[in-house]
Design a protein around this ligand. Structure first.
Ligand SMILES: NC(=O)c1ccc[n+]([C@@H]2O[C@H](COP(=O)([O-])OP(=O)(O)OC[C@H]3O[C@@H](n4cnc5c(N)ncnc54)[C@H](O)[C@@H]3O)[C@@H](O)[C@H]2O)c1
Length: 359
């Protein structure tokens, strides 16, 4: 490929405007040539910032010959449909998380990727955070892996409360699908691809049910209820006996938004405390500790601006775009992730319903 990668951005909402468009527009390796959104206001806002970009109302008007890469940042229920259609046309498609909502959708994406011979790429920015990379590096020292914990617990951070994010039909699920997808994604390099013998989970909706806990940084604090969970907890055990404890909460009783990753092995335990995402209600600095032989030692971490992982992911996409071995990789991970999320939801559904408590 010579010259910058020609990009179309589909969906011009919060993620496109606050994460992707500004980064793509200033990155020398990419040229945004088209944007698509049925909403005239969203189109007008982008047109004002990027007058040279073709602005379309419908993905059907996108000419695949004029685009090398499509970035799909539409509401969740449209991801698989739109991505599969573009993949069948031979495009390479970067899909925001959650890549898909069911295993059937994941299989359809895999088939579309094979037919069109493009590549499916997935939003997995958190792996590119400096603190997470330091955790991966230090994980070499924990010995035999025994247990992993991953939690992302927001004080208040229900996205788009009352809109599509909290509507099961369009979102596919709540905090588990939204934040939990990131957590599985981050754990993937640590855990590999094990068989999970046991998967149990619970969900609750104490905040979403009463329209409490909107994400202020998205200006989503106007309220509005929904029918998805705001909290999911899971416990998984691999066939090698490694246990995984997971918690994803859009809202909680906590004062700050905290992401914690713990990797415990036969020789040591690692603890990373930080805040994923863009919430201003974050822990001051990320911290990474190693605990062994009764001593707890801080490991050095390079500081970085909020959102640096998205720049890094864009840098790392460029070589992948011309790497034939990348075909099938992201879709295989999406198949694993959605499979586990389905099992957690299934487990939560089998439990007696817990009514939302009055708060
Ligand atoms: N990686 C991250 O950190 C991160 C952060 C926020 C959101 N996201 C993901 O990005 C996606 C979008 O989220 P958001 O917060 O921007 O939502 P949003 O509601 O703000 O924006 C969605 C946009 O898609 C547009 N749209 C609807 N149907 C369309 C179609 N057929 N073709 C083109 N555009 C269409 C809507 O008009 C809207 O402008 C979601 O899947 C979400 O999970 C990821």
């Amino acid at each position: 490929m010579t010259g910058p990668v020609r990009v179309a951005v589909l969906g011009l909402g919060w993620a496109a405007r606050h994460i992707w468009l500004q980064r793509l527009l200033r990155h020398p390796g990419y040229a945004v040539t088209a944007v698509v959104d049925p909403d005239p206001q969203a189109r007008a806002a982008v047109q004002a910032d990027a007058p040279a970009v073709r602005v379309l109302a419908d993905v059907a008007h996108l000419d695949p010959a004029e685009v090398d890469l499509a970035v799909v940042a539409v509401p969740n229920h449209l991801h698989a449909d739109i991505a599969a259609r573009l993949l069948r046309q031979g495009l390479t498609v970067f899909v925001e998380k959650p890549v898909c909502l069911t295993s059937d959708e994941a299989d359809a994406l895999a088939a579309a990727e094979r037919v069109g011979r493009g590549r499916l790429l997935a939003g997995s920015a958190a792996r590119h955070r400096a603190d997470v990379r330091a955790l991966y590096e230090a994980a070499q020292e924990v010995g035999e892996l025994r247990h992993v914990e991953a939690s992302w617990v927001r004080a208040r951070g229900v996205p788009g409360a009352g809109g599509w994010f909290t509507d099961r039909r369009r979102a596919g699920g709540g905090a588990l699908l939204d934040l939990g997808w990131h957590l599985f994604d981050v754990l993937s390099p640590v855990l590999g691809d094990p068989v999970y013998q046991q998967v149990v989970g619970t969900t609750s909706e104490d905040f979403v049910a009463v329209g409490d806990g909107g994400a202020t940084w998205r200006r989503d604090d106007a309220g509005g209820s929904g029918d998805v969970e705001d909290t999911a907890r899971g416990f998984l055990v691999t066939d090698a006996g490694v246990s995984v404890a997971l918690r994803a909460s859009w809202a909680s009783h906590e004062p700050l938004d905290v992401t914690r990753l713990v990797v415990e092995g036969s020789a040591a335990r690692l603890e990373l405390s930080c805040t994923f995402g863009f919430s201003p209600n974050r822990v001051g600095e990320s911290s990474l500790h190693i605990v062994r032989d009764g001593r707890r030692q801080a490991l050095p971490l390079a500081g970085e601006p909020v959102g640096a992982e998205y720049d890094r992911q864009l840098d790392q996409l460029l070589p992948i775009l011309s790497d034939p071995s990348a075909q099938g990789r992201a879709v295989a991970e999406a198949q694993r992730t959605i499979g586990l999320i389905e099992r957690l939801y299934e487990s939560a559904r089998r439990r007696p319903a817990v009514a939302a408590a009055s708060r």
